[in-house]
Write a new protein. Structure first.
Ligand SMILES: [Zn+2]
Length: 279
């Protein structure tokens, strides 16, 4: 179900990882952000977008980054030029296309295409700080190298950062991730941001919730870094640190709860990445 959470801005929550697809109108353009994941969900997003197409001069798909759960709907919007970060990572995109094929063929998901999804046809590569129509774009690195944040009036659409349901997943660099969180603080202040739409889990609609998301993400990363530091000080190898984490994963809480089993591997991957990046 599409929900109008702000004037002219609709969100749809997928059955996969509470992914938030967004449809919104700004000026005389229509934007669809990360239309995903299952075909019936994409069809519903397509249907809502179609209702607005007659009222606007332009229409675009915006991709927050190249992970598989965010790009699977692109072929269903073939007539929408795609906006993505100029840092778009074709290697990650290729891996994501493979992952969509694996996921769909394992879960028996039928789509309008067979085999591999075509490569994403990027029509415009957005620069950090670029203004385009009513929107401003920023790059956000750390989760992936190609994150794109979209600012529209007092709303920020931030991709997989500042989620209300998951701790930071660091796929590329924890230093970049921390820098991105600092950048958010500055950019949110500069744009008077009141709503933050993260692409997994509920939207942050108050200043205190936005602050809480920033604080908990930073706190998680700082604790993960000091865990690695302590291990190194005690003379432990990476494997020994990871073995301890598997024993103690229940003790490393996030949002006052133990890290759930199903996403614990993202925690151990984070620790591995922090160790390899160096503390
Ligand atoms: Zn995601």
């Amino acid at each position: 179900m599409m929900r109008e959470i702000l004037p002219n801005l609709y969100v749809r929550t997928s059955h996969i990882q509470k992914l938030q697809s967004v449809v919104f109108r700004a000026g005389d353009a229509l934007y669809v952000v990360d239309p995903c994941y299952f075909p019936d969900e994409i069809a519903e997003i397509r249907e809502l977008a179609r209702n607005f197409e007659g009222d606007v001069a332009e229409k675009f798909v915006i991709l927050t980054h190249s992970d598989f759960d965010h790009i699977a709907g692109v072929p269903d919007f073939a007539d929408y030029p795609v906006l993505a970060a100029s840092t778009w990572d074709p290697m990650n995109e290729q891996g994501a296309i493979d992952q969509i094929e694996r996921f769909d063929s394992e879960m028996y998901v039928d789509r309008g295409w067979l085999g591999k999804m075509p490569r994403v046809p990027i029509a415009h590569a957005c620069q950090h700080g670029e203004q385009r129509g009513a929107l401003t774009f920023y790059h956000a690195k750390g989760h992936t190298a190609d994150g794109l944040v979209t600012i529209f009036e007092h709303t920020a659409i931030v991709g997989d950062y500042l989620s209300g349901v998951e701790f930071p997943f660091v796929y590329t660099s924890y230093r970049d991730y921390l820098q991105t969180l600092s950048m958010f603080r500055e950019v949110f202040l500069a744009h008077g941001i009141e709503h933050v739409i993260s692409q997994h889990g509920p939207t942050a609609l108050t200043a205190s919730e936005i602050r809480h998301r920033l604080d908990t993400s930073e706190d998680y990363l700082h604790r993960a870094v000091s865990l690695v530091e302590r291990g190194i000080t005690r003379g432990l190898s990476l494997d020994e640190i990871l073995a301890e984490i598997l024993d103690d994963a229940g003790d490393f809480s996030y949002e006052t709860k133990p890290i759930p089993l199903g996403i614990r591997r993202f925690h151990t991957n984070n620790v591995r990445r922090i160790y390899e990046e160096g503390v």
